[in-house]
Design a protein around this ligand. Sequence first.
Ligand SMILES: [Cu+2]
Length: 488
Amino acid sequence: MYRRQFLKALAASAAATYPLLNTWPTGGAHAAATPQDLAIGKRTLEVNGRAATVFGLTGPGGKPGLELVADTDFNVRLHNDTEESTLIHWHGLTPPWHMDGVPDNPAALLTSKQNRIYNFPVGRGGTHWMHAHTLQEQSLLAAPLIVRTAEDLARDEQDVVILLHDFSFKSPEELLAGLKSGSSTHGEMNMGHQGMMQRMMPMMKSGEMPMNHQGMTMPGMADMDVNDIEYDAYLANDRTLDDPEVVRVEKGGRIRLRIINGATATAFTIDTGAVAGSLVAVDGQDIIPVAGNRFPISMGQRVDIRLQLPSAQKSFPILALREGAAERTGIILATPEAAVTKISAKGSEMAPVLDLALEEKLRAAVPLVGRSPARRYGATLMGDMVSYAWAIETSESLNVNRNERVRITMRNMSMMSHPMHLHGHHFQVVEINGTAFSGAVRDTVMLPMMSQVVIEFDADNTGRWPLHCHHLYHMAAGMMSFVSYDDA
Ligand SMILES: [Cu+2]
């Protein structure tokens, strides 16, 4: 949708939904306003020429997910129109704990045909998303949750939202069982990895491993399999590159890509090709812009990339390259008369394995206010592909008091990457591999194997909040812990 059309639609829906916006008292009276409907349903997609039944999340106007305005209320009636129990987590928002959407923490699953109202301040703008915090996430139970500010709406810029997925015709239960039994979908390369794992485990346990990734380069490392699962397809807005979404753009126009990695077990590198991009936000939080045309995005993360298109009739593929592999997905931006040439779903070279080179360059536009942490915790990420048991080990439980600054040093002592997500808060990355800096404010940070990342946040949202790996199968196999408020 072009920005001006979007503005009109948004103004109409805002007027319908918030007729008394300026006259509301604060607090519980908000529940009286008419909530927007969001329905969990089933739908059929065609993937690689084959029908697939997947979940869908349909918001106002029949569109996937929600589009909201910053500093208004998130006021939504969530319907479960399926036969299965489920629940939705609002990834990137900071709701009260009971509305966070992790089953039984503390709210129960939404049973078939049940509905539930969610009402809380939506907060600042940003590219966020929503997804089931269950294995149903693999069956595409996810959608965009875009919060736009007044500045966003005033900008002459076309918004293009891209939700990435990894897709399998196997059920998530089957995929998880395969990973746990070791008889899964791994390629042969992984056998070498397993052998190497066994050689390295004693070193890892004795703490002799170097803590920076440069020191980790050793013979055979390049052969390591970075992906747990060989998927049947990689999707951008539900489509493969065999039949991609084509978004019409103005010649010489300005674009804001809002890209969400909703894949459960696949990281990507976004490739803007011939058009230079400017990374302006990560996980919905503004950063000092960074120019480039390749940007890593791990599971759960979001990147906002601004593009200034050249003044030519042309098409501009925006690709997502599967980490350490040749597969890719994406969409095509095309000016009105531009021909769209087909792009193969498999590239000619391997895409990069994600590292922290870009993360180290990111600087928050609005960093945390300088303050000394009242609590300092360590969390060690453990596990291996052979046993497929994953864990977050802490010497003491992660307890916090309201209004404290909290510092968590995360150490990845495993041979895989883990995108670590904290619910209910936005944290700042303040140190990577021993180097302190005023990094990005975000909600999900990726730790490559044998790396160390320090985050800080202010404890301003009472609850028992999950801190977990956003690789769905690592989480399902134990990579989950909690930050608990003393008053929760
Ligand atoms: Cu993980």
